[in-house]
Design a protein around this ligand. Structure first.
Ligand SMILES: [Zn+2]
Length: 414
């Protein structure tokens, strides 16, 4: 049975401009509209359940929906922060697990935090490391041991034994200083059986409460904590998880698990199951979604505001370059491409003499200045320039795909 959205009175301030809102004294623990330097406003409607909004953070405003390029090690692989800005990236993601191990959160804190360390003055989101330690412990991995306290794991770098708990993860994320920080959770596989998914979910929820307590010891007005809804592909568990996470009244809500972005029909089902529980006035984030441009269109039409994926840069390094464009068809967004999986394989012989750009509609610096033939040659020769040019293109196409939904919404339908 659908449950009505919690606390509908939270919506009432949405129509008011920020000036008026600032006059209203909000209790410190209420994050619905404003917490410290954070604010989320819905500004318009997109196809399906989609919406546009502005998510204000200490390092600037994010126009949502927003695709977040992934810079796991405090670097979006082979792309300079200056180029990221030029192609329209508004926020990047970094990973607490990797930075905790190397160079260490204390080192980054001493150097002024992640923004100063990597010379990126726009918003940053850090993932807690829950997903990474889960991957280490998966069958065949065997490098992590999960206990109620936290996760003991062997570093993938040097085999040393380390420990992450909800408290240690938050402390580390506080030192890194990202604008948005994620709770430490236990991920579950796409195929997790119900018993295993329930055990992981209960641990995730307990860890969330511990993480919130730890976060509240720090400056909650400068860093927004998001809770994560788990529950694998089990409807009742996802609904239970959604209610639990929403009840924590945090600044934002994430949907996690291996399913998200990896299994798109499963992702759609999960979002549909929990849609009625998600408050309208908080940003919603699907973690690890964005393998193909059409996947982000699906997420947008389901009312998701934020998504990230390593795929654009990883695929680019492997020769797979996105081509195509967003069209509006019967009130829905479609990604029209002449190629399977919405991408070409630049290493194929057919591109050896192709003087055209990767994508004739793309406005990225790579497409403006270089041919498919040149990229084919660079890729075959393993020239370092290839990785940069290819990554810039794939990221720009993904960012442009999201921008196109807003442009289509503002145009009259033909
Ligand atoms: Zn391009």
């Amino acid at each position: 049975m659908p449950v009505s959205r919690l606390n509908p009175s939270n919506f009432s301030n949405l129509k008011h401009p920020r000036r008026q809102l600032q006059k209203i004294p909000l209790p410190r623990h209420k994050y619905n509209i404003i917490t410290g330097m954070f604010e989320f406003k819905i500004t318009g409607k997109l196809a399906g359940r989609g919406r546009t909004g502005v998510f204000s953070t200490p390092h600037g405003d994010l126009a949502t929906p927003v695709f977040m390029p992934v810079g796991t090690h405090a670097s979006v692989k082979s792309v300079n922060p200056r180029e990221l800005k030029e192609i329209g990236a508004q926020i990047i993601l970094a990973n607490n697990y990797h930075l905790f191990l190397r160079p260490g959160s204390d080192v980054i804190a001493k150097l002024g935090g992640l923004h100063a360390f990597m010379n990126w003055d726009k918003p940053i989101l850090t993932d807690s490391g829950g997903f990474q330690v889960w991957s280490l412990g998966e069958p065949g991995g065997g490098l992590a041991k999960i206990t109620p306290d936290g996760v003991e794991f062997r570093s993938h770098l040097d085999g040393t034994v380390n420990f992450l708990s909800p408290e240690i993860a938050i402390d580390s994320e506080v030192k890194l200083g990202a604008d948005i920080i994620m709770a430490f959770d236990q991920c579950t596989s796409d195929t997790a059986k119900k018993d295993a998914a329930r055990t992981a979910l209960e641990l995730t929820n307990t860890w969330l409460v511990r993480g919130v307590k730890e976060w509240q010891k720090h400056d909650t007005e400068k860093q927004a904590l998001f809770g994560i809804i788990q529950g694998a592909l089990h409807e009742d568990l996802r609904r239970e998880a959604a209610q639990f996470v929403v009840a924590q009244d945090l600044p934002g809500i994430a949907i996690g698990g291996e399913t998200i972005g990896y299994n798109m029909s499963g992702t759609k089902a999960v979002i549909d199951w929990i849609a009625d529980y998600l408050p309208e006035n908080k940003p919603r984030y699907t973690m690890g979604l964005g393998l193909k441009p059409s996947d982000v269109l699906t997420a947008i039409s389901l009312g998701i505001d934020m998504f990230d994926c390593v795929a654009p840069t990883r695929l680019a390094r492997n020769g797979a370059l996105y081509t195509g464009k967003v069209i509006s068809k019967n009130g829905e967004y479609c990604f029209e491409s002449n190629y399977p999986n919405e991408r070409i394989n630049i290493g194929n012989k057919e591109f050896a003499g192709d003087a055209g750009p990767i994508d004739e509609n793309c406005d990225c610096p790579t497409c403006k200045n270089f041919s498919r033939a040149y990229l084919h040659h660079l890729f075959r020769s393993k020239e370092l320039l290839y990785y940069s040019l290819a990554s810039v293109h794939n990221l720009r196409l993904m960012l442009k795909t999201v921008e196109a939904t807003k442009e289509l919404a503002s145009r009259p339908q033909s």
